[in-house]
Design a protein around this ligand. Structure first.
Ligand SMILES: O=C(O)CCC(=O)C(=O)O
Ligand SMILES: [Fe+2]
Length: 304
């Protein structure tokens, strides 16, 4: 109450009641996923849908100054495939305003046990209501593989649907506890995005890793009511299936970094250093590395 005037990251009492409890934080550490309370109002969620439709129609608050080599960027010419648009928090102020609601960052800070949370990436996603559309299927993967240029082992993602999202829409599905598995069979190809990889390879990798850990593959679909969201740890295997509903599945994958995350040099067997798309966009640190705290692309969402 008393700090709300001076602290831009303060929560109201109602909002504080929406944070994960200690037991829920502990369950996240065990399971690698967490389903939130209702963090967004219906009006906020409806504005995400309206703003995303304006975005698809061509509206931009600004565009990226250069196009990174692995940018996911659906355009109408790509047709009725699954749509992915990275950097939506940069290109749409209307969407960014809602994503930057402090409550979302505060939930992430509790789960990651971090004092600060910054935006890492945000991807606007649209699964068309076409039951046999192959691009709608998201194969099993975990996100840490894409972020080898990062030092943090506690990055995490909020999956934010714009409506009630259940199994028939192909909601995100977690492999329970898989973030605690020891990994086998990782090779350089795992840094490539799932859209560039063979689905069967990825299925086999999940089965092999479960066997190596004497673990059962327990797949838990996140049934998410409107305004709620699911979180997953950066090593939690997840994927999603077809959208067999009559409506598009609309969502944002909101990828987050703890305050201590930095760029590191990570070498592939080819001798090349792994880069992330940010590396051609963000400012440089004093020792000439990409600065993953650049407020233009990676603004602070929450600070304790
Ligand atoms: O769209 C989905 O179902 C999965 C999204 C995803 O891979 C993620 O949020 O990290
Ligand atoms: Fe993912």
């Amino acid at each position: 109450m008393t700090t709300s005037v001076t602290n831009a990251f303060a929560l109201s009492e109602e909002e504080q009641a929406l944070l994960p409890t200690d037991d829920e934080v502990e369950a996240y550490a065990r399971q690698g996923w967490y389903l939130t309370r209702k963090l967004l109002t219906d009006a906020e969620v409806d504005e995400l849908t309206a703003a995303s439709e304006r975005f698809y129609a061509g509206e931009r608050s600004r565009t990226l100054p250069v196009r990174p080599s692995r940018l996911a960027y659906w355009e109408p010419s790509k047709g009725t495939v699954q749509r992915h648009n990275d950097y939506i928090h940069y290109e749409s102020d209307a969407i960014a305003r809602i994503l930057r609601k402090p409550l979302i960052g505060a939930v992430a800070a509790r789960l990651a046990k971090a004092d600060e949370i910054r935006i890492w990436q945000s991807t606007l996603i649209y699964k068309p209501p076409i039951s046999g559309e192959p691009s709608n299927v998201v194969p099993w993967h975990f996100d840490r593989h894409y972020w080898q240029a990062c030092t943090s082992e506690e990055m995490l993602t909020a999956f934010i649907p714009f409506h009630d999202c259940g199994v028939e829409m192909g909601t995100i599905t977690m492999v329970d506890g898989s973030h605690r598995w020891e990994e086998i069979g990782a090779d350089d190809t795992t840094t490539r995005h799932f859209a560039e990889r063979d689905n069967e390879d990825l299925d086999r990798m999940l089965a092999d890793n479960a066997a190596h850990n004497h673990a059962e593959v327990r797949k838990i679909p996140m049934v998410i009511p409107k305004g709620h969201m699911s979180f997953h740890h950066c090593r939690t295997y997840h994927g999603s299936g077809a959208n067999v509903s009559p409506d598009p599945r609309r969502a944002i994958s909101f990828h987050l970094q703890p305050g201590d995350n930095e760029n590191r040099s990570f070498r592939l067997s080819t001798g090349d250093t792994v880069a992330y798309n940010h590396d051609v966009l963000v400012r440089r640190t004093a020792d000439d590395r990409p600065d993953y705290a650049d407020p233009e692309f990676c603004p602070v969402l929450w600070r304790n």
